[in-house]
Design a protein around this ligand. Sequence first.
Ligand code: GLN
Length: 453
Amino acid sequence: TEACLAAIEGAAALNAFVRVDPERALAAADAADARRAAGEDGPVLGLPIGIKDVYCTEGLGTQSASRILEDFVPPYESTVTMKLREAGAVALGKCNMDEFAMGSTTEHSVYGATVSPWRRAGDTAPLTAGGSSGGSAAAVAADLCLAALGSDTGGSIRQPAAFTGTVGIKPTYGRCSRWGMVAYASSLDQAGPMTKTVRDAAILLGAIAGHDPKDSTSAPREVPDFEAALKGDMRGRRIGLPKEYGADLPDEIAALWDRGAEMLRDAGAEVVEISLPNTPHALPAYYIIATAEASSNLARYDGVRYGRRASLGQGDGIVDLYEKSRAEGFGREVQRRVMIGAYVLSAGYYDAYYLRAQKIRSLVRADFEAAFGQVDAILTPVTPSAAFPLGEMEGDPVKMYLQDVFSVTLNLAGLPGISVPVGLSGEGLPLGLQLIGRPWGEAELLDTAFALE
Ligand code: GLN
């Protein structure tokens, strides 16, 4: 814990942590030491970790990187961070992210962007660590903590993991409780760990998974011993490569994909081509469903119940209070998404956009169900490129949204997915591959990832 706190201080320029409470962390480390001295043991006892700012932490400010939650100190702890706390993990502080987890670079954070610890060979341009969980990814990659929590609505754990050479798993929807997590799109959001290795991901997922009566969408399912499942023997396992993911793929990513398939073949798997025909429709459907849910979830920030309240002028009424507080409190990207969401849900456009997107969601899910009749896991790229310089996507939201083309499909279907570092780009940057598993199949998924690592 002491070494991590010193490393965080030394790496302030990365802007990976946005709030650190050394006293609290050291007290938690002492408490873990005392438990160990009393004979207790456990895989996360005393483990120093970073927590994405999307999780409510009791007594420790939580802003979801938004001005509207300025000075918000939750009086309660999210279920997943509480589970880690009870198991003896040491929360070092809160990690940077895009405001309300909307974005792919952390450039939409009220704290400013996280900078990746990686650089292109022979180039000093600061690169993105990805988003929205970019602070967590950079913190793990730069050894500021041993693991971190992220959250994933459409790729926010897997894409930053791919950009920083770390491992990130988005579990099956319902595997982890969402209670105490600041909501973005409730039917897509999931908690998950970001770690250095697949084994660490298995351990951390085991620590945060499980049913929670406080979240009615969390599933009353046994949590298997994920770590014990890691064998790496792929004999008898069938891996599918969806041909639709190969369209317009840059050579470098296509070569990486081939290499991943080869590694799994070498471990004994049979690799076959499959089809997920509705893939091209998934991204637009995601951006309709996610913004629709966001516009509804973010209606609670009205300047009355939480966070920042605008000062009013003479004659201003309640509507002015809402308008001014929201205009001051939300950043541009969040405002854009609230407007898109309200539009696609509005009386005249609901059928044309929202309803149609929900139909596509069913088709995407059916595609996966059919594929899992033939294969045990699906291997795909995570991102269309390696990490890019900060500022490159500025002012081009659609270009930014296109980053998520490989990652949003499984959120629509509620499936688990993991990003594993597999190689380096020509410029020396990490590249990752994604494995998608059956619902509740995280143990097998982690095992397949173990073979790819
Ligand atoms: N980049 C995607 C978005 O902006 C995913 C974000 C996430 O998974 N939280 O919606």
